[in-house]
Design a protein around this ligand. Structure first.
Ligand code: PPS
Length: 295
């Protein structure tokens, strides 16, 4: 663990052509020793797509809906973030060593950087995808408050970087499409943030069925309630408020910011929206993957 710095911001580092946060690029070295187990579950997402939400849902399912057990530690300890590394905080691999099976794991890595052992062990994957416009706005605010990122620049500048894949983890388009394809040859439950907003009970039931851990309906109802945006925003074990301010500064923008679908309309100008839509059509051409940008 490195000492915490006042300003940990650093330029992104390309790894096999994918721009990554400097610390995460360094962590990929340690990740080479990672061994997946067949009973692991992997939550995979492009950043800002509902990872924390899915993580809390899964831990609640694994703990049979026991709220107290889910208060045992912050979400980033209960669900190790494989490539995580930041000054003054245990790395994902260090956290993993303390995690008993069955393990719930998190990654944002594109498929080309995902440890092969996860695919070899046929680890079940839950992929959460969120519409690009809300992701871009959420990511812009996250860049500002999570200081392991470079400075985002203006919204206009950030949006340009997002559209051209020059943000951490690269292209949203490539990410959502390649994991969509993976489901044809690997056990992947591909879910949408917008569906989770619309009918959380239905989507949580899909997760329960996929991981094969049936629960009575009253427990399912409790999980829906305890993983609502409001409950998770107020819960220090899910809202990231336990991290040092030098890493995440919630006074700039809270991690649990709005939790809404369609919030992009408050940030995109009409001209930006038109340009984004035209580019989107090209980048997603020929794909049968479709998103809702409002509910
Ligand atoms: S990260 O940093 O990439 O792991 O972030 P991630 O958890 O994927 O995404 C953060 C966004 O998800 C919102 N969020 C939720 N929305 C609805 N319900 C619940 N329970 C919930 N929990 C987290 C969070 O507010 C971020 O979205 P924005 O749009 O910024 O509010």
């Amino acid at each position: 663990m490195e000492l915490i710095e006042d300003n940990p911001r650093a330029p992104l580092v390309p790894v096999n052509g994918i721009p990554l946060i400097k610390y995460f690029a360094e962590a990929l070295e340690q990740l080479k020793d990672f061994q997946a187990w067949p009973d692991d579950i992997l939550i995979s997402t492009y950043p800002k797509s509902g990872t924390t939400w899915a993580s809390e849902i899964l831990d609640m399912i694994y703990q049979g809906g026991d709220r107290k057990k889910c208060q045992r530690s912050p979400i980033f300890i209960r669900v190790p973030f494989l490539e995580f590394k930041a000054p003054g905080v245990p790395t994902g691999m260090e956290t993993l060593k303390e995690t008993p099976p069955p393990r719930i794991l998190k990654t944002h890595l594109p498929l080309s950087l995902v440890p092969q052992t996860l695919l070899d062990q046929k680890v079940k994957i839950i992929y959460i995808a969120r519409n690009a416009k809300d992701v871009a706005v959420s990511y812009f605010n996250f860049y500002k408050m999570a200081k392991v990122h470079p400075e985002p620049g203006s919204w206009e500048e950030f949006l340009e970087k997002f559209m051209t894949g020059k943000v951490s983890y690269g292209s949203w388009y490539q990410h959502v499409l390649e994991w969509w394809e993976l489901r044809k040859r690997h056990p992947v439950l591909y879910l949408f943030y917008e569906d989770m907003k619309k009918d959380p009970k239905k989507e949580i039931q899909k997760i329960i069925d996929f991981v094969g851990r049936p629960l009575p309906e009253n427990i399912l109802d409790q999980i829906v309630q305890q993983t609502s945006f409001k409950a998770m925003r107020e819960n220090p074990m899910t809202n990231y408020s336990t991290l040092p301010k030098q890493i995440m500064d919630h006074s700039i923008s809270p991690f649990m910011r709005k939790g809404a679908t369609g919030d992009w309309k408050n940030t995109f100008t009409v001209a930006q929206n038109e340009r984004f839509d035209a580019d989107y059509e090209k980048q997603m051409a020929g794909s049968d993957l479709h998103f809702n940008t409002e509910l």
